[in-house]
Design a protein around this ligand. Sequence first.
Ligand code: AMP
Ligand code: MN
Ligand code: MN
Length: 315
Amino acid sequence: MSKINLRTTGDLLLAAQDLVLCCHVSPDGDTLGSALGLKLFLESHGKKVTMLVDDKLDKSFSFLPGSAGIVCPREGESYPTELLVVIDASSWDRIGLVADVVKPRHILNIDHHISNTEFAEYLYLDTKAAAVGEIMCDLFLEMGWAYTPEIALDFYTAISTDCGSFRYTNTTSKTMRRAGDLLDYGVNPMIISDNLDMKTRATAELFAKVLPTLTFEKEGRIAYISLSNDLYDENVSTEPFVYYPRYTEGVDVAIFFKAVEPAVTRVSMRSSKTDVAAIALSFGGGGHIRAAGCTINAPLEEARAQLLAALGKVM
Ligand code: AMP
Ligand code: MN
Ligand code: MN
Protein backbone atom coordinates (compact mmCIF):
# COMPACT_ATOMS: atom_id res chain seq x y z
CA MET A 1 0.00 0.00 0.00
CA SER A 2 1.32 3.44 -0.78
CA LYS A 3 -0.20 6.71 0.37
CA ILE A 4 -0.10 9.12 -2.53
CA ASN A 5 -0.64 12.86 -2.98
CA LEU A 6 -3.21 14.64 -5.13
CA ARG A 7 -0.92 15.05 -8.13
CA THR A 8 -0.06 11.33 -8.23
CA THR A 9 -3.78 10.56 -7.84
CA GLY A 10 -4.55 12.76 -10.86
CA ASP A 11 -1.68 11.26 -12.88
CA LEU A 12 -2.88 7.71 -12.14
CA LEU A 13 -6.39 8.61 -13.34
CA LEU A 14 -5.06 10.24 -16.52
CA ALA A 15 -2.73 7.33 -17.30
CA ALA A 16 -5.54 4.74 -17.35
CA GLN A 17 -7.61 4.27 -20.50
CA ASP A 18 -10.12 1.87 -19.01
CA LEU A 19 -11.45 2.43 -15.50
CA VAL A 20 -14.06 1.08 -13.12
CA LEU A 21 -15.33 3.51 -10.46
CA CYS A 22 -17.22 2.06 -7.52
CA CYS A 23 -19.21 3.33 -4.54
CA HIS A 24 -19.93 1.87 -1.13
CA VAL A 25 -23.10 -0.13 -0.46
CA SER A 26 -26.07 1.89 0.89
CA PRO A 27 -24.76 4.67 -1.34
CA ASP A 28 -25.15 8.27 -0.20
CA GLY A 29 -24.80 11.60 -1.98
CA ASP A 30 -21.05 11.75 -1.33
CA THR A 31 -20.03 8.41 -2.79
CA LEU A 32 -22.44 8.83 -5.76
CA GLY A 33 -21.81 12.50 -6.53
CA SER A 34 -18.02 12.13 -6.26
CA ALA A 35 -17.92 9.08 -8.52
CA LEU A 36 -20.37 10.54 -11.05
CA GLY A 37 -18.53 13.86 -11.40
CA LEU A 38 -15.24 12.02 -11.86
CA LYS A 39 -16.86 9.67 -14.38
CA LEU A 40 -18.15 12.58 -16.49
CA PHE A 41 -14.71 14.21 -16.45
CA LEU A 42 -12.83 11.04 -17.43
CA GLU A 43 -15.33 10.26 -20.20
CA SER A 44 -14.86 13.73 -21.65
CA HIS A 45 -11.19 12.76 -21.92
CA GLY A 46 -12.06 9.79 -24.11
CA LYS A 47 -11.72 7.11 -21.45
CA LYS A 48 -13.88 4.05 -21.05
CA VAL A 49 -15.46 4.32 -17.60
CA THR A 50 -17.83 1.88 -15.91
CA MET A 51 -19.46 2.85 -12.64
CA LEU A 52 -20.50 -0.06 -10.44
CA VAL A 53 -22.76 0.18 -7.41
CA ASP A 54 -23.93 -2.99 -5.65
CA ASP A 55 -27.25 -1.62 -4.45
CA LYS A 56 -30.61 -0.30 -5.52
CA LEU A 57 -30.43 3.47 -5.97
CA ASP A 58 -32.96 5.57 -4.15
CA LYS A 59 -34.90 7.47 -6.82
CA SER A 60 -34.13 10.74 -5.05
CA PHE A 61 -30.64 10.47 -6.59
CA SER A 62 -31.86 10.36 -10.18
CA PHE A 63 -31.30 14.13 -10.57
CA LEU A 64 -27.53 13.56 -10.37
CA PRO A 65 -25.96 14.05 -13.83
CA GLY A 66 -24.69 10.74 -15.20
CA SER A 67 -26.71 8.58 -12.80
CA ALA A 68 -28.58 6.84 -15.64
CA GLY A 69 -25.31 5.13 -16.57
CA ILE A 70 -24.73 3.42 -13.21
CA VAL A 71 -24.43 -0.37 -13.44
CA CYS A 72 -25.52 -2.79 -10.70
CA PRO A 73 -23.32 -5.89 -11.04
CA ARG A 74 -24.68 -9.43 -10.92
CA GLU A 75 -23.13 -12.53 -9.46
CA GLY A 76 -20.95 -14.41 -11.93
CA GLU A 77 -20.13 -11.35 -14.05
CA SER A 78 -16.56 -10.23 -14.67
CA TYR A 79 -15.28 -6.68 -15.13
CA PRO A 80 -11.61 -6.64 -16.09
CA THR A 81 -10.10 -3.16 -15.88
CA GLU A 82 -6.83 -1.29 -15.80
CA LEU A 83 -7.71 0.78 -12.73
CA LEU A 84 -10.39 0.32 -10.09
CA VAL A 85 -11.18 3.53 -8.20
CA VAL A 86 -12.93 2.89 -4.87
CA ILE A 87 -14.66 6.07 -3.76
CA ASP A 88 -15.72 6.99 -0.18
CA ALA A 89 -15.35 3.37 1.01
CA SER A 90 -12.98 2.66 3.88
CA SER A 91 -12.68 -1.10 3.47
CA TRP A 92 -12.86 -3.74 0.73
CA ASP A 93 -16.05 -5.29 2.13
CA ARG A 94 -17.89 -1.93 1.86
CA ILE A 95 -18.22 -2.32 -1.93
CA GLY A 96 -20.29 -5.51 -1.71
CA LEU A 97 -20.45 -7.70 -4.80
CA VAL A 98 -18.16 -5.35 -6.77
CA ALA A 99 -15.28 -6.93 -4.83
CA ASP A 100 -16.09 -10.31 -6.43
CA VAL A 101 -16.77 -9.26 -10.02
CA VAL A 102 -14.08 -6.65 -10.70
CA LYS A 103 -10.72 -7.86 -12.03
CA PRO A 104 -8.47 -4.82 -11.72
CA ARG A 105 -4.79 -4.51 -12.56
CA HIS A 106 -4.44 -1.65 -10.07
CA ILE A 107 -6.59 -0.31 -7.21
CA LEU A 108 -6.86 3.32 -6.10
CA ASN A 109 -8.89 4.31 -3.02
CA ILE A 110 -9.98 7.93 -2.55
CA ASP A 111 -11.42 8.36 0.93
CA HIS A 112 -11.89 10.54 4.01
CA HIS A 113 -12.85 8.00 6.71
CA ILE A 114 -10.79 7.88 9.89
CA SER A 115 -11.51 4.13 9.92
CA ASN A 116 -9.79 3.52 6.55
CA THR A 117 -8.25 0.04 6.52
CA GLU A 118 -5.55 0.81 3.90
CA PHE A 119 -6.72 -2.07 1.71
CA ALA A 120 -5.85 -0.51 -1.66
CA GLU A 121 -2.61 -0.48 -3.61
CA TYR A 122 -2.78 3.33 -3.83
CA LEU A 123 -4.54 5.44 -1.20
CA TYR A 124 -5.42 9.11 -1.21
CA LEU A 125 -6.82 9.73 2.28
CA ASP A 126 -7.73 13.10 3.75
CA THR A 127 -9.56 12.64 7.04
CA LYS A 128 -9.96 16.42 7.38
CA ALA A 129 -12.03 16.64 4.21
CA ALA A 130 -15.74 16.88 5.02
CA ALA A 131 -16.55 14.75 1.97
CA VAL A 132 -14.82 12.95 -0.87
CA GLY A 133 -16.58 15.61 -2.96
CA GLU A 134 -14.29 18.16 -1.31
CA ILE A 135 -11.27 15.99 -2.20
CA MET A 136 -12.52 15.87 -5.80
CA CYS A 137 -12.51 19.69 -5.88
CA ASP A 138 -8.98 19.74 -4.40
CA LEU A 139 -7.97 17.31 -7.15
CA PHE A 140 -9.52 19.38 -9.94
CA LEU A 141 -7.77 22.51 -8.59
CA GLU A 142 -4.41 20.76 -8.25
CA MET A 143 -4.63 19.32 -11.77
CA GLY A 144 -6.14 22.40 -13.40
CA TRP A 145 -9.15 20.37 -14.56
CA ALA A 146 -12.28 22.31 -15.52
CA TYR A 147 -15.77 21.78 -14.09
CA THR A 148 -18.81 21.55 -16.30
CA PRO A 149 -22.20 22.50 -14.79
CA GLU A 150 -22.97 18.75 -14.57
CA ILE A 151 -19.74 17.88 -12.76
CA ALA A 152 -20.24 20.87 -10.45
CA LEU A 153 -23.73 19.65 -9.51
CA ASP A 154 -22.45 16.15 -8.72
CA PHE A 155 -19.62 17.45 -6.52
CA TYR A 156 -21.82 20.05 -4.80
CA THR A 157 -24.29 17.31 -3.86
CA ALA A 158 -21.42 15.15 -2.58
CA ILE A 159 -20.09 17.91 -0.33
CA SER A 160 -23.47 19.14 0.88
CA THR A 161 -24.68 15.64 1.87
CA ASP A 162 -21.72 14.76 4.07
CA CYS A 163 -21.55 18.05 5.97
CA GLY A 164 -25.32 18.24 6.56
CA SER A 165 -25.64 21.24 4.25
CA PHE A 166 -22.68 22.97 5.95
CA ARG A 167 -23.96 22.50 9.51
CA TYR A 168 -21.82 19.66 10.93
CA THR A 169 -18.46 20.09 12.68
CA ASN A 170 -16.63 18.61 9.70
CA THR A 171 -17.48 21.79 7.74
CA THR A 172 -14.35 23.94 7.34
CA SER A 173 -13.76 27.21 5.56
CA LYS A 174 -12.23 25.13 2.74
CA THR A 175 -15.37 23.01 2.51
CA MET A 176 -17.35 26.19 1.94
CA ARG A 177 -14.82 27.68 -0.48
CA ARG A 178 -14.83 24.54 -2.64
CA ALA A 179 -18.65 24.46 -2.63
CA GLY A 180 -18.67 28.20 -3.31
CA ASP A 181 -16.54 27.66 -6.41
CA LEU A 182 -19.10 25.13 -7.65
CA LEU A 183 -21.95 27.65 -7.31
CA ASP A 184 -20.09 29.76 -9.88
CA TYR A 185 -20.69 26.94 -12.38
CA GLY A 186 -24.42 27.29 -12.14
CA VAL A 187 -25.34 25.00 -9.25
CA ASN A 188 -28.53 26.07 -7.51
CA PRO A 189 -28.29 25.11 -3.79
CA MET A 190 -32.06 24.57 -3.74
CA ILE A 191 -31.43 21.33 -5.62
CA ILE A 192 -30.59 19.72 -2.26
CA SER A 193 -33.83 20.71 -0.51
CA ASP A 194 -35.88 19.86 -3.61
CA ASN A 195 -34.38 16.40 -4.09
CA LEU A 196 -32.48 15.00 -1.12
CA ASP A 197 -34.40 16.61 1.76
CA MET A 198 -37.69 15.63 0.15
CA LYS A 199 -39.04 12.37 1.54
CA THR A 200 -41.60 10.08 0.00
CA ARG A 201 -44.95 9.59 1.63
CA ALA A 202 -43.95 5.97 2.31
CA THR A 203 -40.93 7.19 4.31
CA ALA A 204 -43.11 9.60 6.32
CA GLU A 205 -45.63 6.84 7.06
CA LEU A 206 -42.91 4.40 8.06
CA PHE A 207 -41.43 7.01 10.39
CA ALA A 208 -44.81 7.37 12.09
CA LYS A 209 -44.59 3.66 12.98
CA VAL A 210 -40.97 3.82 14.11
CA LEU A 211 -41.19 6.95 16.28
CA PRO A 212 -43.20 5.25 19.09
CA THR A 213 -40.12 3.07 19.73
CA LEU A 214 -38.13 6.15 20.82
CA THR A 215 -36.31 5.25 24.05
CA PHE A 216 -33.94 7.23 26.27
CA GLU A 217 -31.15 5.80 28.42
CA LYS A 218 -28.28 7.13 30.55
CA GLU A 219 -30.28 10.13 31.82
CA GLY A 220 -31.25 10.94 28.26
CA ARG A 221 -27.72 10.98 26.85
CA ILE A 222 -28.56 8.00 24.63
CA ALA A 223 -31.70 7.95 22.47
CA TYR A 224 -32.63 5.24 20.03
CA ILE A 225 -35.38 4.18 17.65
CA SER A 226 -35.88 0.75 16.12
CA LEU A 227 -37.41 -0.70 12.98
CA SER A 228 -38.45 -4.33 13.40
CA ASN A 229 -38.05 -6.74 10.52
CA ASP A 230 -41.81 -6.97 9.82
CA LEU A 231 -41.78 -3.23 9.02
CA TYR A 232 -38.63 -3.39 6.87
CA ASP A 233 -39.09 -2.53 3.21
CA GLU A 234 -35.97 -2.22 1.06
CA ASN A 235 -37.80 0.21 -1.22
CA VAL A 236 -38.49 2.76 1.51
CA SER A 237 -35.66 5.09 2.50
CA THR A 238 -35.00 5.50 6.24
CA GLU A 239 -32.08 7.89 5.75
CA PRO A 240 -33.51 10.81 7.81
CA PHE A 241 -34.71 8.72 10.79
CA VAL A 242 -31.60 8.89 12.98
CA TYR A 243 -31.67 12.69 13.01
CA TYR A 244 -34.85 12.81 15.08
CA PRO A 245 -33.22 11.42 18.26
CA ARG A 246 -29.94 13.16 17.35
CA TYR A 247 -31.47 16.62 17.57
CA THR A 248 -33.25 16.10 20.87
CA GLU A 249 -32.09 18.16 23.85
CA GLY A 250 -29.57 16.39 26.09
CA VAL A 251 -28.83 13.57 23.64
CA ASP A 252 -25.20 12.77 22.94
CA VAL A 253 -25.53 9.47 21.07
CA ALA A 254 -28.48 8.76 18.76
CA ILE A 255 -28.96 5.30 17.31
CA PHE A 256 -31.24 3.83 14.69
CA PHE A 257 -31.55 0.03 14.70
CA LYS A 258 -32.96 -1.50 11.52
CA ALA A 259 -33.64 -5.23 11.27
CA VAL A 260 -32.93 -5.78 7.57
CA GLU A 261 -33.33 -9.53 8.10
CA PRO A 262 -34.74 -11.48 11.08
CA ALA A 263 -31.20 -11.99 12.38
CA VAL A 264 -29.31 -9.09 10.76
CA THR A 265 -29.47 -5.58 12.25
CA ARG A 266 -28.12 -2.43 10.59
CA VAL A 267 -26.99 0.21 13.08
CA SER A 268 -26.67 3.94 12.36
CA MET A 269 -25.12 6.19 14.98
CA ARG A 270 -24.78 9.96 15.29
CA SER A 271 -23.21 11.76 18.23
CA SER A 272 -22.34 15.18 19.55
CA LYS A 273 -19.42 14.12 21.82
CA THR A 274 -18.80 10.36 21.93
CA ASP A 275 -16.54 8.67 19.37
CA VAL A 276 -19.08 6.41 17.66
CA ALA A 277 -16.57 5.34 14.97
CA ALA A 278 -14.71 3.40 17.67
CA ILE A 279 -17.92 1.61 18.72
CA ALA A 280 -18.80 0.84 15.10
CA LEU A 281 -15.28 -0.48 14.45
CA SER A 282 -15.55 -2.83 17.43
CA PHE A 283 -18.59 -4.38 15.66
CA GLY A 284 -16.77 -4.65 12.32
CA GLY A 285 -18.20 -1.40 10.92
CA GLY A 286 -16.72 2.06 10.65
CA GLY A 287 -17.34 5.69 9.80
CA HIS A 288 -16.51 9.03 11.35
CA ILE A 289 -16.25 10.15 14.99
CA ARG A 290 -19.75 11.67 14.93
CA ALA A 291 -21.42 9.51 12.26
CA ALA A 292 -20.77 5.80 12.04
CA GLY A 293 -22.47 2.51 11.38
CA CYS A 294 -22.18 -1.25 11.52
CA THR A 295 -24.12 -4.39 10.81
CA ILE A 296 -24.64 -6.87 13.63
CA ASN A 297 -25.53 -10.47 12.81
CA ALA A 298 -28.19 -10.82 15.48
CA PRO A 299 -31.93 -10.18 15.84
CA LEU A 300 -33.01 -6.64 16.74
CA GLU A 301 -33.30 -7.05 20.55
CA GLU A 302 -30.01 -8.93 20.85
CA ALA A 303 -28.12 -6.49 18.59
CA ARG A 304 -29.53 -3.59 20.58
CA ALA A 305 -28.44 -5.15 23.90
CA GLN A 306 -24.91 -5.80 22.56
CA LEU A 307 -24.48 -2.29 21.20
CA LEU A 308 -25.91 -0.53 24.25
CA ALA A 309 -23.63 -2.60 26.51
CA ALA A 310 -20.57 -1.57 24.49
CA LEU A 311 -21.70 2.04 24.51
CA GLY A 312 -22.38 1.97 28.25
CA LYS A 313 -18.72 1.13 28.88
CA VAL A 314 -17.42 4.26 27.15
CA MET A 315 -20.08 6.79 28.18
P1 AMP B 1 -24.95 5.76 8.00
O1 AMP B 1 -25.42 5.73 9.41
O2 AMP B 1 -25.29 4.53 7.22
O3 AMP B 1 -25.32 7.02 7.30
O4 AMP B 1 -23.36 5.75 8.07
C1 AMP B 1 -22.65 6.75 8.76
C2 AMP B 1 -21.19 6.69 8.40
O5 AMP B 1 -20.62 5.44 8.80
C3 AMP B 1 -20.92 6.80 6.90
O6 AMP B 1 -19.71 7.52 6.72
C4 AMP B 1 -20.73 5.37 6.46
O7 AMP B 1 -19.89 5.29 5.34
C5 AMP B 1 -20.10 4.71 7.69
N1 AMP B 1 -20.55 3.33 7.82
C6 AMP B 1 -21.82 2.90 8.01
N2 AMP B 1 -21.88 1.55 8.09
C7 AMP B 1 -20.63 1.11 7.94
C8 AMP B 1 -20.03 -0.21 7.92
N3 AMP B 1 -20.74 -1.33 8.06
N4 AMP B 1 -18.70 -0.27 7.73
C9 AMP B 1 -17.95 0.84 7.58
N5 AMP B 1 -18.45 2.10 7.59
C10 AMP B 1 -19.76 2.24 7.77
MN1 MN C 1 -20.49 7.81 2.23
MN1 MN D 1 -18.21 10.53 2.56
